[in-house]
Design a protein around this ligand. Structure first.
Ligand code: AMP
Ligand code: MN
Ligand code: MN
Length: 326
C-alpha cells in the first residue's frame, strides 16, 4: 500500500487538473469517496471536475460539492489525472468516456475483489469501502480532514457497511470513524439524512415490489420484482429502490435475496447474501460483479421473465451445491 500511495502522492503533486469519476447507479461510497477526493485534491491546488453518469441521488445532495457533479463529460477537455472511485472496471464508470486521451494518467481507487486493475496506478485493497482508502490517501498526503470531507467519508463508510453492521466492518473501519467524529461528524445527523428522509414514492414503490415477493421451496432464497409499471404508477426513480434488497435479506432463514428491476429498457439485478453464498460469483456468471455479500448484474437486452428464470435457476443450483460445503 505504501508504494502505491507514494506514486499517487507524486501524481497529485504534479497535477493541475483532475477528473474524478463515480460508477453508474452511484451509491454513498462512490459519491462520498469522489467528493472527498476532490476536496482533498483542491487543497493541493488541483482543479477538479466530478463525473457521475447517473448524477447524485437525492439523499447525498447535502454533501458539499455535490452540486458540482456533472452527468456529462465536457467534450474535448483533457486532464492530467482521471481518478475512478469504487469502480471495479473502467466500464462501471459508464457513459461517454472517450477510449483514449482523456487523461495523462489514470488512478483506480477501489475495494472490489474482482477489480480488473485497469489503470496506470491501481490502489486496490481489501477494505470496508473505497472511502477507507481515500482516508489513507488523505493521511499520507497530510491533508486536512475538514468537516465537509469527513462527512463524505462517513456517508461512504456507513452506506457500504450498513451503518457498521456488515462483516466488512473492521477495527480499522471503526478507528477511521472515530477520527471522522473527532473532525465533527454527527452520526445522528448523517444517519437521519441517509436512512430517515425517504420519499413517499420510495415507500409506495417498495410496498408494490414487496407484494411480488416469492420464496423458494426450501425457503432460503427470496426475490421481488419492481416492474416499469410499478415505477411509473408510483412516480418512483431508481434510487427509490435503495434498501429494498437488504430488507428482503432480513427475512429469517433467507440466505440469498434478489431484486429484479426494469429500468431504461434494461433489467437490473441486485443480489445480497447473508453468510454462506458468494453472490459476486453468481453475478459474474451473467457479466456482473461485486462483493461476496452484495453484487449486481445489468442485462442490456433480456426480457425480465427470462432474466428471472436464468438467475433464479443459477442461485438455486449454487445453494444446493453449497449444502455439501457447509
Ligand atoms: P448494489 O446492489 O447496487 O448496492 O451493488 C452491490 C455491489 O455490487 C456494489 O459493490 C456494486 O459495485 C456491485 N455491482 C452492482 N451492479 C454491478 C454490475 N452490473 N457490475 C458489476 N458490479 C456491480
Ligand atoms: Mn459502490
Ligand atoms: Mn464501495
Amino acid at each position: 500500500m505504501k508504494e502505491t500511495l507514494t506514486k499517487i502522492k507524486k501524481a497529485i503533486k504534479g497535477a493541475q487538473t483532475a477528473l474524478l469519476a463515480s460508477h453508474v447507479d452511484p451509491d454513498g461510497d462512490s459519491i462520498g469517496s469522489m467528493l472527498a477526493t476532490g476536496m482533498i485534491l483542491s487543497q493541493f491546488g488541483v482543479e477538479v471536475d466530478y463525473y457521475s453518469k447517473d448524477g447524485v441521488p437525492r439523499i447525498y445532495r447535502f454533501l458539499q460539492e455535490s452540486g458540482k457533479v456533472k452527468k456529462k463529460i465536457t467534450a474535448n477537455k483533457r486532464y492530467d489525472l482521471l481518478i475512478t472511485l469504487d469502480s471495479s472496471d473502467i466500464k462501471r464508470v459508464g457513459g461517454d468516456l472517450p477510449e483514449t486521451g482523456l487523461a495523462k494518467l489514470v488512478i483506480n481507487i477501489d475495494h472490489h475483489p474482482d477489480n480488473t486493475k485497469f489503470a496506470d496506478i491501481n490502489f486496490v485493497e481489501k477494505s470496508s469501502s473505497t472511502a477507507e482508502l481515500v482516508y489513507y490517501l488523505a493521511k499520507s498526503l497530510k491533508a486536512k480532514i475538514a468537516l465537509a470531507v469527513a462527512e463524505c467519508l462517513y456517508v461512504a463508510i456507513i452506506t457500504d457497511t450498513g451503518n457498521f453492521r456488515y462483516e466488512n466492518t473492521s477495527a480499522n473501519t471503526l478507528a477511521i470513524a472515530e477520527d471522522l467524529l473527532k473532525a465533527g461528524v454527527s452520526p445522528p445527523e448523517i444517519t437521519t439524512r441517509i436512512y430517515d428522509t425517504k420519499s413517499v414514492a420510495s415507500i409506495r414503490v417498495q410496498a408494490a415490489a414487496l407484494s411480488s415477493l416469492e420464496i423458494s421451496p426450501e425457503r432460503n432464497v427470496a426475490w421481488a420484482t419492481a416492474t416499469k409499471e410499478m415505477m411509473e404508477k408510483n412516480h418512483a426513480k431508481a434510487e427509490d429502490l435503495v434498501g429494498l434488497v437488504d430488507q428482503i435479506r432480513s427475512i429469517d432463514g433467507i440466505e440469498v435475496a434478489i431484486l429484479f428491476r426494469e429500468e431504461d429498457g434494461k433489467v437490473k439485478v441486485n443480489f445480497r447474501s447473508k453468510s454462506k453464498i458468494n453472490v459476486s460469483e453468481i453475478a459474474r456468471v451473467f457479466g456482473g460483479g461485486g462483493h461476496m455479500r452484495a453484487a449486481g448484474v445489468i442485462f442490456e437486452n433480456k426480457a425480465i421473465e427470462q432474466a428471472k428464470d436464468e438467475v433464479i435457476k443459477e442461485v438455486l443450483k449454487r445453494i444446493k451445491a453449497s449444502k455439501y460445503l457447509v
